[in-house]
Write a protein that binds this ligand. Structure first.
Ligand code: PGA
Length: 251
């Protein structure tokens, strides 16, 4: 089965609405007739509507959500609120949210279930810290995070998801995982999915690598058998750089 590549930028807490709209307009005119992959951006909540208006081919992701439909959760954004404005993807379990906001695998499981029910595709981030990498615990960490985060999902649900392997030591550090590490870990993720849900789900689920991806190295990752795309932080903040990434993928 050939999986459709999926490349997302992740703006984190960057970009004002005016810059976001300009970025989308510039990138859309560049994308015009390329239909080889899903390209999109995870943007701050305040930018979602302006980006939605400017988006033609670009996909949009929220950077977080709350799993409840509504309620007394001051400061949170629900999935129906995202669905109302046509958001198609949502990042969950990013390492910054795990570290700074104590987002757990159990919370990811609840969010994934609710997003899939609303037909919004979760981009679930998993990955080990530098200390875990150094002590050889990577595969154990991936298994643990996946088992927790996918706890209540069926194979059909998992097959619609995107999983991003993002080693924490590679995020925002300029120290990207080399091709072999990235491929081996993405392969291990696919094997864990296979053990639990079977071949069909493992073949369908799209797996990204993330961590210091840039125009100069994205092709290395895209050439790997188990890597179907990338999640890109710093190098997605300038339209010029994101366009180079698109060009490298479409080449
Ligand atoms: P980076 O961030 O590309 O700046 O390393 C990746 C991410 O946080 O998803």
């Amino acid at each position: 089965m050939s999986r459709r590549p999926v490349i997302f930028g992740n703006w984190k807490m960057n970009m004002l609405r005016k810059d976001a709209a300009e970025f989308f307009e510039e990138t859309e005119s560049f994308l015009s007739d390329s239909d080889e992959a899903d390209f999109g951006l995870a943007v701050p909540y305040t930018c979602l509507d302006v980006c939605r208006k400017a988006a033609i081919r670009l996909k949009l992701a929220a950077e977080n959500c709350h799993e409840a439909d509504h309620g007394a959760f001051t400061g949170e954004i629900s999935i129906p609120m995202l669905a109302e404005i046509g958001i198609e993807y949502c990042v969950i379990g990013h390492s910054e949210r795990r570290t700074f906001y104590a987002e757990t695998d159990e919370a990811c499981a609840r969010k994934a279930k609710a997003l899939l029910a609303a037909e919004i595709i979760p981009i679930l981030c998993v990955g080990e810290t530098e200390a875990q990498y150094d002590s050889g615990e990577t595969l154990e960490v991936l298994r643990y995070q996946l088992e927790g985060s996918l706890a209540d999902l069926s194979g059909e649900e998992v097959s619609r998801m995107v999983i991003a392997y993002e080693p924490v030591w590679a995020i925002g550090t300029g120290k990207s995982a080399d091709q072999t590490i990235a491929q081996n870990c993405c392969h291990a993720i696919r094997e864990i999915i296979k053990e639990r849900y079977g071949d069909g789900t493992a073949e369908a689920v799209r797996i990204q690598y993330g961590g210091s991806v840039k125009p100069e190295n994205i092709r290395e990752y895209m050439n790997c058998a188990d890597i179907d795309g990338a999640l890109i932080g710093g190098a997605s903040l300038k339209a010029e750089s994101f366009k180079k990434i698109i060009a490298a993928v479409c080449r």
